[in-house]
Ligand binder design. Structure first.
Ligand code: CP3
Length: 351
């Protein structure tokens, strides 16, 4: 789709998503609201994580905390990828990641998974978005998000986080039909969930596929990619940028380039220039500083940031971000340094 240049009215982040030229590289940070911020920890000392995500005033407040502190170019809704899954009838708690009370491994459990309307499933999410939009400057877009069905599947079947997700992967291969049924239901719920966020005021949508990199290309094509394509296709008419993040997805990019996403998130293991070579010039890239680089000296951090800008700057359509979520031990001053550095230096790297 050709889009006219509208640099004055359109926020930088949105222009960059559509590969339009921008005066500098926009920047935001995955998990920018969270435990590295003392103001977040203060609220969290009073409420548990699930309550925080379900209380619109508090979730809106936490979303805005990093925006007040840093010159970021986008906000992201404070919630979790598992939030809409609870309403499918899956009991869970967080410690600190999601723990599913009864991992899904039988046909009857799968039949029992509900596909509720988003309004009834997560009314607090639309309410949170409305509050955020009222308080957020109009120059700063709000990103809504969902987990990709495959990544949600890994938590549902494994029951908790894992390095290898062996239970989830063995279920996938021993019960491919049942697995596809879970993935179908998750896809239906995520389409509604993302649409509801856009209708409530989210100006871009991101799909987090944190565990896509566990799969071979063939298995990714069979089990993970079709649901992502279906989501993107179903949301195309919304006419807002769609971002897809296949974490550790270097070998998947040749497939991902055709999924229809406006932006592909790149983890730190793949250089942005290599990613661009595979994705082509029509797709924007988002990333990809190693989150742990924020622990290096300012001098080293500065050159690492410049390196990402250099690799990403080889064309319009780069959104600066980390290559995955920020670590909770990060010094917020380093984040301020990063945001300033991107603001000051990015223009020099633009071709
Ligand atoms: O600022 C933001 O980025 C928005 C909020 C956000 C959270 N989770 C808040 C959160 C977003 C976008 C997510 C997405 C999410 N959640 C993903 C995809 C992104 C990724 O990191 O790969 C995944 C896999 C989850 C599942 C999840 N939730 C995990 C693994 C954890 C533990 C995280 C950790 O750092 O230990 C959570 C809990 C969670 N989600 C926290 C936050 C701020 C920490 C909870 C706390 O306050 O105790």
């Amino acid at each position: 789709m050709t889009r006219s240049s509208n640099l004055e009215a359109e926020p930088l982040f949105i222009s960059a998503c559509y590969c339009k030229p921008t005066s500098r590289t926009p920047v935001w940070i995955m998990r920018q609201a969270g435990r590295y911020l003392p103001e977040y920890r203060k609220i969290r000392s009073q409420v548990d994580f699930l309550t925080l995500t379900k209380t619109p005033d508090l979730a809106a407040e936490v979303t805005l905390q990093p925006i007040r502190r840093f010159d970021l170019d986008a906000a992201i809704l404070f919630s979790d990828i598992m939030t809409p899954v609870e309403g499918m009838g899956v009991g869970m708690e967080f410690n600190p990641g999601p723990i599913v009370s009864e991992p899904i491994r039988t046909a009857s459990q799968i039949d029992a998974l509900r596909v509720p309307d988003a309004d009834e499933n997560v009314p607090f999410v639309a309410e949170t978005i409305k509050i955020i939009r009222q308080e957020l400057p109009s120059t700063i877009p709000l990103i809504g998000f969902a987990g990709a069905p495959f990544t949600l599947f890994t938590y549902l079947v494994e029951g908790q986080g894992s390095k290898t997700f062996s239970q989830a992967r063995s279920f996938l291969f021993s019960e491919p039909e049942l697995s596809l049924r879970i993935l179908e239901k998750l896809t239906d719920v995520m389409i509604q969930y993302l649409r509801t966020q856009a209708q409530a005021g989210a100006q871009a949508l991101m799909i987090f596929d944190s565990w896509a990199g566990l799969l071979s290309v063939e298995d990714y094509r069979a089990f993970a990619y079709p649901s992502v394509c279906r989501i993107i296709k179903s949301l195309g008419h919304l006419d807002i940028p769609l971002i897809y993040f296949p974490n550790q997805g270097a070998s998947l990019l040749g497939t991902v380039k055709d999924c229809g996403a406006d932006v592909v998130g790149i983890d730190w293991r793949t250089s942005l220039s290599a990613a661009r070579e595979v994705l082509g010039s029509e797709v924007a890239v988002q990333g990809n500083l190693d989150p742990m680089a924020l622990f290096s000296s300012k001098k080293d951090l500065g050159s690492k940031i410049d390196n990402v800008l250099k690799q990403g700057g080889s064309g319009p359509g780069h959104i600066f971000n980390l290559g995955h979520g920020i670590d909770r031990m990060t010094d917020p001053d380093r984040v301020a340094f990063l945001v300033e550095r991107v603001r000051e230096r990015s223009q020099a790297y633009m071709l």
